[in-house]
Design a protein around this ligand. Sequence first.
Ligand code: TXA
Ligand code: MG
Length: 539
Amino acid sequence: MNTQLLHPTTEGIREAARLLRDGQLVAVPTETVYGLAADALNPTAVASIFTAKGRPMDNPLIVHIADIKDWAPLVKKIPDNARRLAEAYWPGPLTIILPAADCVPNEVRGGLSTVAVRFPSDPVAQAVILHSGCPLAAPSANRSGSPSPTNAARVMEDMQGRIAAVLDGGDSAVGVESTVISLCDDTPRLLRPGGITPAMLEDVLGPIDIDPAVTHALEQGQTAASPGMKYKHYAPNAHIRLVKGSADSYIRYVNTHADDGVAALCFTEDAPFLNVPTVCYGHRNNPLEQAHTLFDALRQLDELGATTVYAASPNPQGVGLAVYNRLIRAAGFDIIHVPHIIGLTGPTGSGKSTVASIWQDAGIPIIDADFVARQVVTPPSACLEALVMTFSAAILHTDGTLNRQELAARAFKNPEATAALNAITHPAILKAIDDEIARLANDGHTLLVLDAPTLFEANADTRCHSIVAVLAHEDNRRSRIIARDALDDDAADRRMAAQQENTFYARNGVTVLYNNDTLDSLREQAITFLRNEKRRCSL
Ligand code: TXA
Ligand code: MG
């Protein structure tokens, strides 16, 4: 079959309408995505849609109308809330499901007793429907499982030779498929998010249910309210992995996984910082732009030849919910949580622990590197065994636990011994910190603090997206540690001498909180930093 490319002229629209009346398939532009249309009341024509797409027969189709009076014959009855919803958002990117009238073929309903109806706003779509004189059943015009096409060239990629014609109406404005809502039960149920947001629906309907399949994979044995949700969808050939986290954590994650065949599906502002080939899908705070760009971006990734794609996760609010819904399906629900990590450091007596507890009170989990460091040498411990191999069993108490004084005496004797100590302990501490980060990320935490007095010395700064140093004048620190630890002046001096100078911490990119004033002043600085950091990273 030769697939004609038609243009949205009077002749082009007439020809499309003639083919449709004749029982053939024509891809038509709509404001959401391109649809693969057939006469909805012709069961043979409708059946050929499933063949052309390779679509499972139990996945029902949306019926498109271009005059509100064509709705009533398709459904059993139009309840009041459905009427109000249509008045508010039709024509537009909204599909309403109601119990079906007997005239709707089983092929359209996918065997269900309900029918989905939509009145598109695209003038070309409306003209084709009106000229063909019949409602049009139209799924998205892609091969089943692929990203939906948002322009005629993408339709041709999938459908050339399989359908009679493609009507070229330019780029689809919205870019993701319509919002699908079922009004068959007492409470309206959102089955698929789209250009009409949950808030817009609730403005008209009051509270609605959001089907769990909108944001989560169906569990084994669960039936899909919308059959389309049980199939893998929107997926390019590349394996997509959705990375959830701040911009900083996304960029760092991708750059540390920059292997051959890796590409990034990222926000426009992230691209300059990524060391892999990128395809952008709009700006981070612009869900309309993301929706408009997403499906074409997914197809571009295949043109790049990417095998693994790390996708930046969108904010699932408003139209962003539709973008998120498509991306988790494109990723087959492979989601990586990368929390944003604030490193907290500073010398003894500076008030670092006070800042840690202020942030802990604000609900941020704190990873205490000192605690982790003690744990990695608590028997049974491979790290402790390695220390014994290097420094002899003299570093153990009789009960087999670590004698810290004895280890310190041997390890700080000369620089070589210190280097040997660090070579054993630092990797073990970092590994334990990574495990703790992964555990907290799995629990859903998106922001963590890593409290580490020797953050830089232990290379733990490599795990942090931003770093805060708490510093104070030497006199203040000395009097604080004397009071806190009941030290005499000599002991305090020795302790201070073993610490880094303030200048060591005040390096590039480190935010310094000064603690020379009241506790309230320190608290205010700590809370302000946290607020700004959350805003900066959209957390
Ligand atoms: O924006 C759109 O809706 C596009 C354009 C072409 O209008 N069409 C579209 O159709 O996305 P399709 O077939 O790709 O997606 C229709 C979705 C599927 O998930 C299907 O399972 C669901 O709507 N659906 C259709 N009829 C249904 C019904 N009676 N009950 C539950 N879900 C239904
Ligand atoms: Mg589809």
